[in-house]
Design a protein around this ligand. Structure first.
Ligand SMILES: C[S@@+](CC[C@H](N)C(=O)[O-])C[C@H]1O[C@@H](n2cnc3c(N)ncnc32)[C@H](O)[C@@H]1O
Ligand code: SF4
Length: 445
């Protein structure tokens, strides 16, 4: 039995241990033996409120901080072959999902949200991008809240027209900083004029225009972070993600000492600045402008509902199984991973070969972790779903209460202000010992 870590020791070790936006992390996935037939798997699942995610793993550049599954400037023709493979996979998966055999006979499946992410989806030209939307539509993800990631170096008139024609409701632009000295220091070539053009155009075209900014960049100060914030808000951004810079294994940056306090100071400066402007904070990283609305699709709850992923790096979730192609970080491994993914036959696309089964304890843990780090946990919803109060299932939450990170109310368990800024310690600590061990083994390999 692997012991869990102590929260007080983790809190003493630093602020930034891991970003738990999904649980379990892909590095805890392993080969599934035997492979799992998707038709049988999804037949067991309630398919009324699914999320469709399409992964586009291409970029114009490899930023020094980034460990996402993405190939830089693929050879000509690769994107077209990739989109053709996505179309083929979409048809195979749609057929598996439409099966009427299981206990949930909903057919066709109900998609309530679509996201196209990357990499950089707008690395695809307009015609290929439009084919991705068409494939999603054929699966049933039409006229639902739709989000796409865009980089400032992309987005011509034709691509923008494709986003508008496909009724994109949210666009997310990676800006990181408006200062070329700060983006240049993390090997991200970015022209301020491109930032202006792309954010302005998207702000005028879609309901939610998100901008990603990073704090903790070399040379960055509270004043320059505020300048980045003010500039993108003036351009029309009505949602912001403020990411602490993570220096990850196998990326282009080295680690620096004495840097946690610096990032924490910048987080507080950025947060205070936005709150003073009337913005609201939805989670550690996410902020919304006054009057802007959540367009994510109220019917979909990430802790609860299924995700269907298309593309080389996309994960899919049912309640009992999470699966995806094997994860990689180095360019050589990503390039060959994408080639191997495209070379799959239709029969290959009909099975899951790599993933992690979630036992009841892991399902409960996932629900708690994702709820707490998002808008808080509804105790009645937990009780209804898992048959006991959350504090009975996870008594160690008491440690987080004692540490001042979590507050327990009659109806809700949520983060305190301290808990919010220490979300990345809490997310790390809330992982099960087994998942932590699997991730550590992957990192060590
Ligand atoms: C898929 S990209 C966004 C779209 C597009 N590829 C771009 O970069 O403009 C995902 C976002 O994750 C954030 N991110 C990625 N790696 C990070 C790291 N190591 N530390 C902090 N933020 C990171 C960046 O803010 C980035 O904009
Ligand atoms: S941050 Fe965006 S553009 Fe840079 S490598 Fe990562 S996915 Fe590509």
């Amino acid at each position: 039995m692997i012991e869990n870590e102590r929260l007080d020791a983790l809190l003493a070790s630093g602020e930034y241990l891991s970003y738990a936006y999904a649980y379990p992390h892909k590095t805890a996935y392993r080969t599934l033996a035997p492979p799992v037939d998707l038709r049988a798997l999804w037949a067991e699942e309630d398919r009324r409120a699914l999320f469709l995610y399409v992964h586009v793993p291409f970029c114009e550049q490899r930023c020094g901080f980034c460990n996402l599954y993405t190939q830089v400037r693929p050879k000509s023709g690769v994107e077209a072959r990739y989109v053709a493979a996505v179309e083929r996979q979409a048809a195979v998966v749609a057929e598996a999902l439409a099966d009427r055999a299981g206990p949930h006979k909903t057919t066709p499946p109900g998609f309530v949200r679509l996201a196209i992410g990357g990499g950089t989806p707008t690395f695809l030209g307009a015609a290929l991008l439009d084919r991705v939307f068409a494939a999603a539509r054929r699966m049933g993800a039409a006229d639902v809240p739709t989000s796409i990631e865009v980089s400032p170096g992309t987005l011509d008139d034709d691509q923008l027209a494709v986003l508008v024609a496909n009724r994109v409701t949210r666009a997310s632009v990676g800006v990181q900083s408006i200062l070329p000295s700060e983006t240049g220091a993390v090997q991200r070539g970015q022209a301020p004029a491109d930032v202006e053009r792309v954010v302005r155009r998207l702000a005028a075209a879609v309901a939610v225009c998100n901008v990603d900014l990073i704090y903790g960049l070399p040379g960055q100060t509270a004043a320059t972070l505020r300048r980045s914030i003010d500039h993108v808000v003036d351009l029309g951004a009505n949602e912001l993600y403020l990411y602490p810079l993570y220096v990850r294994p196998l990326t282009g940056l080295g680690r620096r000492d004495g840097w946690d306090d610096h990032r924490l100071g910048l987080y507080r400066a950025g947060r205070e600045h936005l709150l003073a402007r009337g913005w609201t904070q939805a989670s550690m990283r996410m902020f919304r402008a006054p009057g802007s609305v959540e367009t994510g699709g109220a019917e979909y709850r990430c802790q609860d509902d299924g995700m269907v992923g298309l593309g080389a790096g996309a994960r899919s979730y049912t309640r009992a199984l999470h699966y995806a192609s094997p994860y990689a970080v180095t360019q050589g491994a990503i390039r060959s991973g994408i080639e191997a993914w495209m070379a799959q036959s239709d029969a290959d696309f009909a099975v899951a070969r790599h993933g992690i089964a979630l036992d009841p304890e892991e399902r409960r843990r996932r629900f708690v972790l994702l709820s707490l780090l998002d808008t808080g946990l509804d105790r009645a919803a937990y009780l209804q779903r898992f048959g006991a109060d959350v504090l009975a299932h996870l008594p160690e939450l008491g440690e987080a209460v004692d540490a001042g990170l979590v507050e327990v109310g009659a109806g809700r368990v949520g983060l305190t202000e301290t808990g919010l800024e220490r979300s990345d310690v809490l997310g790390h600590w809330l992982q099960s010992a087994a998942v932590r061990a699997a991730r550590a083994a992957w990192e060590a390999a």
